[in-house]
Design a protein around this ligand. Structure first.
Ligand code: BGC
Ligand code: NOJ
Length: 813
């Protein structure tokens, strides 16, 4: 294996430092925390949008381009005919020095060439609809330098989907305005649109361009735009075609001199009656205000330090010190960071998700918020309400909704029978973190219909009922369109190559297709529901649901067990899936994960056997595969899963999302060594050195899938960033391995450790309390707390009763 390295962690600065621009795949970062977002690669590729990557795309991006990752915010430096970019691309002029530092919601890219250093800090200030690009040019040579600087952004005509299709219209609609050093993009602002974007620099400019072909030249590339090569802007004014924004600045730098230029890419919305100041002249008041806020180095530096403080506060809520850097940096920095990103983006915009296809997933968002709820609980609260508002009165749900409108997505519809359970999962995590039971009394509509409001608690109840009312012949949950595994399409039956497996008609009438994954998920979440009901005095409801749990457990033990592992499902006709009797895919991970988490049949040795089978059949060098053996042929009754090549995606890929389910199962069984081994295999910092080239994608975050043992290229990672893996890795390590579990009445300490773990500390802010926890494991135990001492006094059991203020906690295993 090639042991070339492309970068390394810098924990002190909470950064990943990329030292070679030619990473095996673009290694990206996210800017923005709430409304205005950008994706930025290590060569400054990517794009920006406001709230919704489909409907409010600000800059254009062409996915899967040649060369890869072409298009972004580019600075061209023409140093006496020598043309280069600080991030290497798009000119790809070899640099004397290159470095990209991806940090918490910011990226700093530095390039040096012939005695000039260009360093750009990219970030979105808090509460601001703009990306700041602070460019610092430094003359490190001994002579005065005269440079020609060109900026470049290409506008997207707002709807990222039609922007890439409807050219008969698009090529005639583009409009811009230029005012001083600011270029305004106002396409379609005439009629229904009330938003525009702008690109500004806080310096006098000596020229500009706004028409792409004039600037670049029709037969050129981003690497050699006419204007830049000639060193002369065209002062072009775009009418239709493809509007861009480019500033031209002549810079003189004496030996040792340094100058800052603050570029701002901003977004503005105006009230309908305040759109214009004169016929066809846009109202720029709000743009001016953003510029005014950020037009000096001092103001920008202050905004940047505020962003740093914001992340300090977020990352101070849970801090571990184990002395193992690889673990500590994932827990303290990157895993939590990725959780915020998945909370913000669901599965919408990454370098694998185009931002036009999928909105917020019902199940995805409930899981994502569990990884984020400790950071900013009020945002998780709002998200729960938004998600629940897309539910139907019978407990079924829209599978996705659009973040801008918050409406259920009709293209995909509903019928995924695991969806309702996840609402319990998300809501319970929120209440345990905050102690805020009032969320249960919030009035929440069905399908966003005014007048249909019931309490959130009622939504939880219909969610549970949706499972109970949809049981199949074995009294196991009917799967519907699919359960968590979108690709196990048991009621789809498609031979039509033009039909999407996800959206094809749900032919479930008369279906016997049942899911053991939902059975396990139901038992786990129904137990949470019962505990919640007891907590709020709904004893009768608790008893009712306990009976349903008991029945489900009985059904799984009777018809869901295959001898060495849990079955995966029954198909439409009632045949077993994931059984030793099957020709291929004899065992699946999802039901092992959920039924072991539910501890179904633990007393009969089922849990231990299932976990052992995962080790025996699913585990490989890179993690646990989804099923084994892989499908080698398409099975009409199973759908998409059997259509993927062996070892990829849901067909025996290491679908990282579900590995933590088994790992949590391991911890609940007290098997700390096994849990840790599985965990470390998919922990980015553990594979960082070993797989810089093989793995391909970013070594600082989890990806959705790593090719499995049956794949042509095992170990290759794909679909980085936007995956439920982030939240599950967080839940696993923070609550089940390190063992700090929020409960309604306090913080439970319940670690499950590898025998090598001797001692560690956790600082945990919890509601209005702060706990300084030291956990000692003198006898190398894997599981079981023997003593908890709070503020010098031993307590009974292992749950620290909640009390505001600072506390010292000593725990002995
Ligand atoms: C993918 C899934 C994804 C689904 C929905 C499938 O092709 O394999 O991972 O969830 O599409 O878009
Ligand atoms: C990705 C989807 O976002 C998620 O909802 C699904 O559970 C997994 N793929 C597995 O198919």
């Amino acid at each position: 294996m090639n042991d070339k390295r492309y970068g390394h962690f810098d924990d002190q600065h909470r950064e990943y430092v990329i030292t070679d621009p030619k990473t095996p795949w673009p290694w990206i970062n996210y800017l923005g925390n709430e409304d205005f977002f950008s994706l930025i690669s290590n060569t400054a590729g990517g794009y920006s949008f406001y709230k919704d990557a489909k409907f409010r795309r600000i800059t254009r991006y062409r996915y899967n381009n040649v060369p890869m990752d072409n298009g972004g915010r580019y600075f061209y430096i023409n140093d006496n005919g020598n043309i280069w970019n600080p991030g290497w691309k798009p000119c790809k002029t070899p640099l004397d020095f290159y470095e990209c530092r991806h940090g918490m919601s910011y990226t700093r890219i530095t390039g040096r060439k012939n005695g000039i250093e260009a360093s750009v800090l990219f970030f979105v200030p808090l509460n601001t609809f703009a990306e700041v690009q602070k460019l610092t040019l430094t003359n490190q040579s001994n002579e005065t330098k005269k440079l020609k600087l060109f900026s470049f952004e290409e506008w997207c005509l707002w709807n990222a989907a039609t922007d890439m299709e409807n050219f008969q219209r698009n090529f005639s609609t583009g409009e811009v305005e230029i005012e001083g050093s600011t270029i305004y993009h106002k396409t379609e602002y005439r009629e229904r649109r009330n938003h525009y974007a702008f690109y500004h620099v806080n310096a006098e400019i000596q020229g500009f361009d706004t028409d792409r072909e004039t600037f670049v030249g029709l037969y050129n590339e981003f690497a050699n735009p006419d204007a830049v090569v000639e060193g002369k802007p065209r002062n072009s004014h775009a009418h239709g075609w493809s509007p861009i924004a480019s500033h031209y600045i002549e810079v003189e730098l004496k030996a040792g001199e340094s100058k800052d230029f603050i570029f701002l890419l901003g977004y503005v919305e105006n009230e309908q009656d305040k759109k214009f100041v004169a016929p066809q002249v846009i109202n720029k008041e709000k743009a001016h205000a953003i510029i005014e806020k950020l037009n000096t180095t001092e103001k920008v530096d202050k905004a940047f330090s505020e962003l740093g403080k914001y992340w300090d506060a977020l990352l101070n809520i849970y801090k571990v010190n184990t002395g193992n850097d690889k673990l500590d940096r994932m827990v303290n920095i990157w895993n939590q960071y990725q959780c915020m990103v998945t909370f913000n983006f669901s599965r919408s915009a990454s370098f694998f998700e185009s931002g036009v296809g999928r909105g917020m997933g019902f199940r995805d968002s409930n899981q994502d918020l569990v990884g984020f709820v400790h950071q900013i609980p009020p945002r998780a609260r709002q998200r729960i309400i938004d998600i629940a508002s897309t539910q139907f009165p019978d407990g079924g749900c829209y599978h996705q909704y659009q973040p801008l409108t918050k409406r259920g997505n009709n293209d995909i519809g509903g019928g995924f029978n695991d969806d309702p359970c996840w609402l319990i999962f998300g809501t319970v995590a929120y209440i345990k973190e905050t102690g805020d039971f009032s969320i249960l009394d919030e009035m929440v509509p069905f399908d966003n219909q005014p007048g249909s409001e019931v309490t959130l608690f009622e939504h939880l109840k219909v969610s549970m009922d949706h499972v109970i009312k949809n049981l199949g012949p074995h009294q196991l949950p009917l799967i519907g369109r699919a359960d968590w595994n979108d690709c196990l399409n048991l009621n789809c039956f498609s031979w039509d190559p033009n039909e999407s497996f996800q959206t094809t008609e749900n032919k479930s009438e008369g279906s016997k297709a049942e899911s053991l994954m939902i059975a396990g998920l139901f038992v786990v979440t129904a137990k949470q529901y019962v505990e919640l009901c007891q907590k709020i005095g709904k004893e009768e409801e608790a008893n009712r649901m306990q009976k349903a749990i008991d029945a489900m457990v009985t059904a799984v033990k009777k018809d869901g067990w295959d001898g060495e592992w849990y079955l995966r499902a029954y198909d439409f006709f009632g045949n077993k899936i994931g059984s030793n009797e099957c020709e291929e895919a004899k065992i699946f991970i999802e039901s092992q994960g959920w039924c072991t988490m539910a501890q179904i049949g633990a007393e009969d040795g089922m849990v231990a056997k299932s976990l052992d089978s995962c080790k025996k059949y699913l585990e490989c060098e890179h993690g646990m595969v989804l099923n084994n053996p892989a499908f080698s042929k398409y099975i009409y009754e199973y759908g998409e899963i059997s259509s993927y090549p062996e070892g990829y995606k849901e067909n025996a890929g290491i679908f990282c999302h579900n590995n933590p389910w088994v790992i949590i199962g391991e911890t609940l069984a007290g098997r700390g060594n096994d849990a840790w081994n599985h965990y470390a295999k998919i922990l980015p910092s553990y594979v960082e050195e070993k797989y810089q080239t093989l793995h391909k994608v970013e070594p600082y975050v989890n990806c959705q899938m790593v090719a499995g043992k049956d794949a042509a290229k095992p170990g290759e990672g794909k679909n980085s960033w936007l995956t439920g893996t982030a939240a599950w890795m967080w839940l696993t390590v923070s609550q089940y391995i390190l063992g700090i579990k929020p409960q309604y009445d306090g913080l439970q300490i319940d670690p499950c450790l590898p025998t090598t773990a001797k001692e560690y500390t956790v600082q945990r802010k919890f509601r209005d309390a702060e706990y300084d926890i030291t956990i000692k494991n003198p006898n190398s135990k894997q599981y079981g707390v023997s003593q908890v001492v709070v503020d010098g006094k031993a307590i009974e059991g292992n749950t620290i009763p909640y009390a505001a203020g600072k506390h010292t906690v000593e725990v002995t295993m």
